[in-house]
Design a protein around this ligand. Structure first.
Ligand code: HEC
Ligand code: HEC
Ligand code: HEC
Ligand code: HEC
Ligand code: HEC
Length: 442
């Protein structure tokens, strides 16, 4: 590596260097923690480095990062997606080298990494330290939620950090490596939300929603989040609650593409318990009139904005269909065209990144501002207004059907990133409501 010196002086490299052989592979943990292993295996944490969408996005990023410092900019993309690859300096140049990375760092955010996170330096942008041991024959202390756990293999220690949102916020708050533009702010969104009450007894942490989910129990802001009794380790004591490790968000695409139907299904379950819709009608409707309906979109299930994370790529939108009793369409909004694009008049909840000229940019490397942010705050709502004309020949009653839909990425964008091998992108109906309007005779 030509300029380690230069790298080490850069703030991106403000951490202790570690070696790959100081860490233990997940299949060793599987020997005793088999259930937790099977939950984690297939999660986006286990796929953070092999994720083809991420790989393609980093290559795109690199194309435009040439002006500034190439290697440093590239490192910015691997910092959270292969934390061990980054901090062991095993990954030095973009794209092409990805398949040469050793097996363990290629497993993304793995058991031993999270359970060694020992010190917070600053929240976000991976501002933490790890305290590894000496590898398989000399395991490190595993930091976790128990005050009384005893393992024959590794030392254990209670860590308050692991029980709080701050732990997740170490990586789930991302800013631009060069200009510090805040890009993904999931932790800050949560921090300023009503779920963070300031009282530990009533605060709902990331873990309460994301580490209580299991199949059939989405565990969101609008559903129960029951305890999960069981054993943390195959022959460990029975406990009232074991935190699950599926780490499901909204990604039903890459999870499935890389082999886990279960994680994909659970992402759909989560999305279908994230929001509510209400159709607000006027007191009376008659023919030959411009008429209105309002749609209230409520973020009742997510502990952060809806959507959150990579919101310049995610798409959540309203699909509205107003038609009369004969099926004649009076209003249509949010339809998909043949290429899979959402109609340009639709209400889409997302963000747009831009540059100094005020142009919208796709590549994060070129962005220095957020041009547009239309999303729903936690426990908050938006009201969208629609107008349509009711002609004389309309037949009562009129049906109003509204769907809130989500997809991780648009088909044209994933095609552009990955080309012909791009996966099909499912559209997930999060909520659907229907109302009937009787037309009054005049
Ligand atoms: C993204 C970080 C992360 C990864 C990856 C991770 N864990 Fe955890 N784990 C946690 C957190 C956080 C908790 C505690 C949650 C709390 O107390 O709110 C936890 C809890 C535990 C516990 C205590 C029992 C329980 O679940 O409540 C064990 C044992 C454990 N993890 C083992 C593992 C193993 C084995 C793997 C890999 C197969 C793994 N973890 C991967 C973050 C992680
Ligand atoms: C500080 C940590 C951090 C850094 C640095 C980081 N990411 Fe991420 N990335 C995340 C987190 C957390 C998510 C999950 C958010 C979500 O799913 O919406 C994510 C998700 C993604 C995804 C979505 C993948 C998918 O399958 O939908 C892409 C693409 C991505 N990152 C690209 C990049 C690129 C390009 C860079 C470098 C410019 C980068 N990331 C740097 C933390 C980081
Ligand atoms: C030989 C069996 C064995 C292996 C292998 C093993 N563990 Fe454990 N681990 C245990 C036992 C037993 C406990 C205690 C369970 C309890 O108290 O409920 C435990 C507890 C834990 C805890 C909870 C610590 C706390 O205080 O909250 C974590 C975290 C953990 N292990 C992580 C790991 C990781 C990561 C690996 C792989 C690097 C691993 N373990 C490998 C047996 C094992
Ligand atoms: C070491 C960094 C790191 C830590 C700590 C971390 N994450 Fe992540 N997480 C990531 C990255 C990177 C991704 C994106 C992987 C991808 O999409 O390619 C991710 C993805 C996710 C996803 C899947 C998102 C989706 O689109 O479906 C969820 C859910 C998630 N993390 C929750 C958590 C929670 C909850 C915690 C705390 C208990 C946590 N994470 C801690 C780095 C981290
Ligand atoms: C009150 C429950 C709740 C809390 C608390 C919560 N989440 Fe979520 N999270 C959800 C729901 C529901 C979704 C699915 C809808 C969506 O994508 O926002 C979700 C989705 C996500 C996604 C995927 C977003 C995407 O579209 O790619 C990530 C990443 C995530 N959460 C991380 C976190 C982190 C980190 C925290 C803590 C700072 C957290 N969540 C706190 C309920 C919660």
């Amino acid at each position: 590596m030509e300029d380690i010196d230069k790298m080490e002086k850069h703030e991106l490299f403000d951490f202790k260097k570690v070696r790959v052989d100081q860490f233990i592979a997940p299949d060793v943990c599987e020997g005793c923690h088999s259930e937790i292993y099977s939950q984690w295996n297939g999660s986006m944490h286990s796929k953070a480095f092999t994720d083809p969408v991420w790989r393609a996005a980093t290559k795109l990023f690199f194309e435009d990062a040439k002006e500034s410092d190439e290697i440093l900019e590239m490192k910015a993309c691997v910092k959270c997606h292969t934390p061990l690859g980054f901090r062991s300096y095993s990954i030095s140049s973009p794209g092409d080298d990805y398949d040469k990375l050793a097996d363990l760092p290629a497993q993304g955010i793995f058991c031993n990494w999270c359970h060694n996170i020992s010190e917070v330096k600053h929240l976000g942008d991976a501002g933490y330290e790890v305290e590894p041991g000496g590898g398989e024959d000399d395991p490190s202390t595993m930091l976790g939620p128990f005050k009384d756990s005893d393992s024959p293999y590794h030392p254990t220690k209670y860590s308050e950090l692991h029980t709080k949102s701050e732990f997740c916020g170490l990586c789930h708050n991302v800013s631009h490596a060069a200009n510090k533009l805040p890009i993904e702010q999931t932790y800050n969104e949560w921090k300023n939300s009503p779920y963070n009450t300031g009282n530990p007894a009533t605060t709902v942490n990331c873990q309460d929603c994301h580490m209580r989910q299991r199949p059939g129990i989405p565990s969101t802001g609008k559903t129960a989040r029951p305890d999960n009794p069981g054993q943390a380790c195959n022959d460990g004591p029975r406990r009232e609650h074991i935190w699950t490790h599926y780490f499901v968000g909204a990604n039903a695409v890459v999870t499935k593409l890389l082999g886990s139907e279960l994680h994909s299904t659970m992402a759909v379950e989560r999305l279908q318990n994230a929001a509510d819709l209400e159709i607000i009608t006027d007191s009376a409707y008659s023919k030959n009139q411009l008429s209105h309906i309002k749609v209230k979109v409520i973020n009742s299930g997510a502990g952060h904005y809806l959507p959150t994370g990579l919101t310049e790529v995610r798409q959540m939108w309203l699909d509205v269909n107003v038609s009369d009793a004969k099926g004649k369409v009076l209003l249509r909004s949010g339809e998909l065209d043949a290429k899979g694009d959402i109609d340009s008049n639709a209400v889409v909840f997302h963000t747009k990144l831009g540059n100094a000229k005020g142009d919208s940019v796709l590549n994060v490397a070129q962005a220095d501002r957020i041009l547009y942010d239309h999303r729903i705050p936690p426990k908050g709502y938006h009201i969208e207004r629609y107008a349509f004309y009711i002609p004389d020949m309309a037949v009562s009653p009129v049906t109003v059907e509204v769907k809130l839909r989500y997809r991780s990425i648009s088909p044209p964008l994933v095609q552009r990133l990955i080309g012909n091998s791009a996966p099909l992108i499912p559209v997930i109906d999060m909520v659907r409501v229907v109302d009937k309007i009787n037309l009054s005779e005049r």
